[in-house]
Design a protein. Structure first.
Length: 537
């Protein structure tokens, strides 16, 4: 395949179609500044949520400890945790600092999007794509949390860019770059492998020459060899089913609508999905609200039909990593979660950029520059609302574990006891809590058996014939003998009937006196009843 660089006869973003001028570089600097501002804005204002605290907790361990933990109890590969480990050693584990690593990854994604956009759509399209990725709410949200999704976006867009350069003869060294970046994608998140599958689909659809196929196979083999040391761990993770927890539902058309909502405009309006919430709007409502973005994408696809190779490249990049997990989830392997797909913002943004570029051809009566600037400005206005709600609207906040811990620390007595349901609720709580009260947890597997256990009995036997201990009325009395008050800390996912059964047992010795909800972290204080021991039945 020969090198193809799209040209735009009305390339008003570049300061010159043949060589970028001062206006072009000023635009790039301005967009990077905007991207940095959006990713650093309020970076430490929210407390870490449970997944972030988990990442930080794992990353503070030794290198051997990280690899052991990730291999035994986590569904992900280890690269993000290892990088975060080095980052924490450099600057500590404060809320802002641990998120800066993701913010930098997000900035890198913005920059590489410009490079690949310039190749696919011309300099003006590259600038537009860069602007859209810089301000896309879903990308900004992922770049503000201490998880691996911003890094996944960076390594996959680098992987895509290196493939395009290699295929179009920019130099043979691009193939090793592709192989290494593909390996980095594998080590960041297993969905990164689906991007490489999409690249193979692109080569098949465009009828790539045999030499290209051989080079791609060699680069993919390099990525596989680099990833090979982790393959036994991947097998164990799959064998344990760590990637599809029992509480996650199978995917339906509503799941696809929610993902598209997040990719297109970030949701985060009342009734709509957000980064931390699913929302209750129907698929039709979501599609109607996304109609301006659907129109831009449709315009982009229409105009790129003249550049079939670029169109197929973007569609394979977008659809393959989205479609495979969806099909698996429909078939009963629930690996589909809307929050996982922020790394697909770049190909969608480039399709939208192509649509904005095409608008003057659909509206010929108006000046090219004004039409494109107006369209980009309207997109920014739409997105601003989503970002404002994400930062400030209570419905779209993650659990406030900082506030929950401060509340208990300010009000709990030294002899009180803390009870965590499920057990992993203790992880984010103790990231902030500095008290010395006794505490215990109930695992979700134990907790679910409460609704099936007869009063005063244990939870029965598990599949291996071992007794599963659960909380009983007698245990509530024993706890009350030692502790004048109990603080129940509950977070999702918790089966409602199991929670009601547990609270009924707890009320044998305590009465609820106050309750506070910290955005999904519910704190209930129970005060001991004055029931004589002889009257307990």
């Amino acid at each position: 395949m020969r090198q193809v660089v799209a040209r735009d006869s009305h390339d008003v973003w570049t300061g010159g179609a043949q060589s970028p001028g001062r206006v072009h570089w000023l635009l790039l600097a301005s967009i990077l500044t905007l991207a940095a501002f959006l990713r650093l804005f309020h970076l430490g204002s929210r407390s870490l949520w449970i997944d972030e605290v988990y990442s930080v907790t794992v990353a503070t361990d030794s290198l051997a400890g990280i690899l052991k933990t990730v291999g035994q109890v986590d569904p992900h590969p280890p690269l993000h945790f290892l990088l975060l480990h080095a980052w924490i050693r450099l600057g500590g584990y404060g809320e802002t600092w641990v998120r800066v690593l993701s913010a930098l990854s997000g900035l890198g994604t913005v920059g590489v999007t410009y490079l690949i956009g310039r190749r696919l759509l011309g300099a003006g399209g590259g600038v537009l794509g860069m602007l859209l990725v810089a301000a896309a709410p879903f990308q900004v949200m992922a770049s503000q949390e201490a998880r691996m999704y911003a890094l996944l976006a960076l390594v996959t867009v680098l992987c895509a860019y290196s493939l395009w350069e290699a295929v179009h003869g920019a130099g043979p060294w691009w193939w090793p770059v592709y192989g290494v970046s593909a390996a980095l994608a594998f080590y960041t998140h297993y969905f990164g492998a689906l991007v490489v599958v999409g690249h193979g689909l692109f080569l098949a659809l465009t009828g790539a020459r045999r030499a290209i196929w051989r080079a791609w196979a060699a680069a993919t083999a390099l990525a596989t060899v680099l990833f090979a040391p982790w393959l036994p761990v991947l097998w164990l993770q799959l064998h344990k089913g760590l990637a599809w927890p029992p509480w996650r539902a199978s995917a339906d058309e509503g799941a696809l609508s929610r993902v598209f909502t997040m990719l297109a405009y970030g949701g985060s309006f009342p009734g709509l999905p957000g980064y931390f919430v699913g929302g209750g709007a129907s698929s039709l409502d979501l599609l109607l609200l996304a109609s301006p973005f659907v129109a831009l994408i449709a315009a982009g696809i229409a105009t790129l039909r003249e550049r079939k190779e670029a169109l197929l490249f973007l569609l394979a990049w977008l659809i393959t990593p989205l479609g495979v997990p969806f099909v698996l989830s429909v078939w009963g392997v629930p690996v589909f979660d809307a929050r996982y797909f922020s790394f697909l913002v770049p190909p969608l943004a480039l399709l939208m950029a192509a649509g904005i570029q095409a608008l003057p051809h659909w509206i010929p009566r108006f000046d090219t520059l004004r039409v494109r600037v107006a369209a980009a400005a309207l997109v920014m206005v739409y997105w601003t609302g989503a970002l404002v709600n994400h930062h400030y609207h209570p419905a779209f906040q993650a659990s406030n574990w900082r506030g929950a811990a401060a509340y208990v620390q300010a009000n709990a007595g030294p002899r009180d006891v803390l009870i965590f349901v499920p057990d992993f609720a203790a992880t984010p709580f103790f990231y902030y809590f500095r008290g010395r009260q006794e505490w215990f947890t109930l695992k979700l597997s134990e907790f679910r058996r409460l609704e099936m256990a007869p009063p005063g009995k244990s939870g029965g036997l598990d599949g291996g014939g071992r007794e599963i201990p659960v909380f009983t009325r007698e245990e509530a009395w024993r706890v009350a003998d030692r502790h004048p008050a109990a603080w129940l800390v509950v977070t999702s996912p918790v089966p409602r009937q199991s929670l009601l059964a547990f609270e009924a047992l707890l009320r044998a010795a305590y009465r609820a006196t106050r309750e506070r909800d910290f955005g999904g972290a519910r704190i209930t204080r129970y005060e001991r009843l004055a029931t004589p021991r002889s009257e307990r039945r």
